[in-house]
Write a protein that binds this ligand. Sequence first.
Ligand SMILES: Nc1nc2c(ncn2[C@@H]2O[C@H](COP(=O)(O)OP(=O)(O)OP(=O)(O)O)[C@@H](O)[C@H]2O)c(=O)[nH]1
Ligand SMILES: Nc1nc2c(ncn2[C@@H]2O[C@H](COP(=O)(O)OP(=O)(O)OP(=O)(O)O)[C@@H](O)[C@H]2O)c(=O)[nH]1
Ligand SMILES: [Mg+2]
Ligand SMILES: [Mg+2]
Lengths: 286, 278
Amino acid sequence: SLSDALRNALKKIALLGRIDEASIKEVVRDIQRALLKADVNVKLVLRVTNNIEKRALSEKVPPGINPREHVIRILYDELVQVMGQGRSLPLDKQRIMLVGIYGQGKTTSAAKIARFLQKKGLKVGLVQADTHRPGAYDQLKQLAGQIGASFYGDKEEKNSVKLVKRLLAQTEKKDVLIIDTSGRHRLEKDLIDEMKSIAEVGKPGERLLIVDSTMGQAAGEQAKAFHEAIGLTGVVLTKMDGSAKGGGALSSVAETEAQIVFVGTGEKPDDIEIFDSTRFVSQLLG
Amino acid sequence: KRLTILKLESLWSDFEMGLLESDVALPVVEELRDGVIDDLLDKRVGLGMHVSHLVDKSLKKAIDSILIEPDIDLGKMIVKGKPLIIMFVGVNGSGKTTTIAKLAWALKKEGHTSMVAASDTFRAGAIEQLEKHCENLGLKLVKHKPGGDPAAVAYDAIEYARAHRKDVVLIDTAGRMQTNVNLMAEMEKIKRVAKPDLIIFVGDALTGNDAIDQAEKFNASVGIDGIILTKIDSDAKGGAALSIGSTIKKPILFLATGQDYEDLVPFDKGWFMERLFA
Ligand SMILES: Nc1nc2c(ncn2[C@@H]2O[C@H](COP(=O)(O)OP(=O)(O)OP(=O)(O)O)[C@@H](O)[C@H]2O)c(=O)[nH]1
Ligand SMILES: Nc1nc2c(ncn2[C@@H]2O[C@H](COP(=O)(O)OP(=O)(O)OP(=O)(O)O)[C@@H](O)[C@H]2O)c(=O)[nH]1
Ligand SMILES: [Mg+2]
Ligand SMILES: [Mg+2]
């Protein structure tokens, strides 16, 4: 599905019956507008559209295909290449650590991922490692209660690294442990160090970056910093039930090579979906 | 010689890139472009005049006219004997609850008594989060059971404020997507019952183009009197300030710059312009 603007731009190529420089330049300009409005990183937009233009002019249109379809295929192909195919979490014993910027949906996603894995028959424990935010303990504890997952936390402990070490020692009978951490951003050196220490102590096999789909141009740089700190194994894109297209997700993947594992689509523990690359791209352009 | 559209457009593309990378939403960037081209097209350029300098000046003038000077002085709005009712709205996770605590602290330092209404009756831990802040700041919190009616909480808080002569009632509402019809209707109900003197939109400075849709829909729904932009400390360039401000033509009152109660500063146009062009 393409936005009306893109569909109109491509009509010209359909009418022309071939792709010439002038018509592809016009289409590229409209693709750029669509991607920028979807919050895709400016430099990434230029890179992707340069590729599209080059390929549209140099690749022969396959026989029996309308040149308009040919351009659409190249467009999808280029974006899916950047986006990746996504990946699934193993349905097995694992430790998952959730990190990300303030308010992007970590705590809520912890409950969603727990619920998802519980439905697959795994026993899940939620580990509350946010010692900074007021009410963080109560928030995750209540969510754990809602889904019947085990909860590990300590309202008194102020040192999150010590806390994680101690809590993980109490969690033997669980298949999956999900560690919810405090919000932080790339300029907070002490909090980035805290995150590194939690990862060292918790040794999570999965380190997932939670990314809000409404994020703008800052997404790429932030994701890069988190990746350089602890090495991300996946991305969870949240709040896709709103109107944002999630263009920042492209940068989060492009800058880290981490694939998208889940998409959050609401506030309740059931509001989570497996990532579908083609569907994501068509929403981006729609 | 006179400035041609070609010359202007070629110079504009550098400025455009900078604005987009600073998170100014695309429609607003295009509006600025039209304004600058209108302003400079056919203008006579003398020898030695740098055209890009003219574009820079014209752009800064356009932005300066978009950003409305904050004209709301909370302290001055407080009338003894009648509580000033301020309602905070915005999408999920933008920083409403934390901003309320900061504003209460700022008001306290100026000698005003404020209290809080826990009208987010939905989210896990929402009431506990506010309880902690109110405990830290010595503020009265009116709350009901989780799942209660947000409008009823606001009503009770206002009754309490009148009975106990509180200067300000700060109403914390749940985050909501501007596209969720039911939640937008719930927000309108809170407004109808509470009749706030001010409705403040709390927006995340990291937001991209969605800032426009958020601002439009929240403004159309309950009417926004002022904006507070949060998480400026995350190095967000803050273009969202321009996107939101130009879309609903309302002033940005404060910028939130961190986790502590002190981290709330009055919006300053000059500082913002400098940061945007940094
Ligand atoms: N509509 C919608 N809301 C979401 C989604 N994910 C999270 N939220 C909401 O976003 C807000 C912030 O979510 P949290 O889980 O508290 O975010 P966080 O990253 O843990 O925040 P910090 O711990 O403060 O950094 C809450 O109101 C959530 O209900 C989603 O997919 N859709
Ligand atoms: N760095 C930084 N973090 C902030 C700022 N304002 C709020 N936060 C953090 O952002 C997260 C979300 O803040 P909340 O106040 O819970 O946001 P909210 O809008 O009330 O969230 P919901 O009620 O779930 O919609 C918390 O971790 C806050 O500490 C700010 O100016 N800078
Ligand atoms: Mg959290
Ligand atoms: Mg809140």
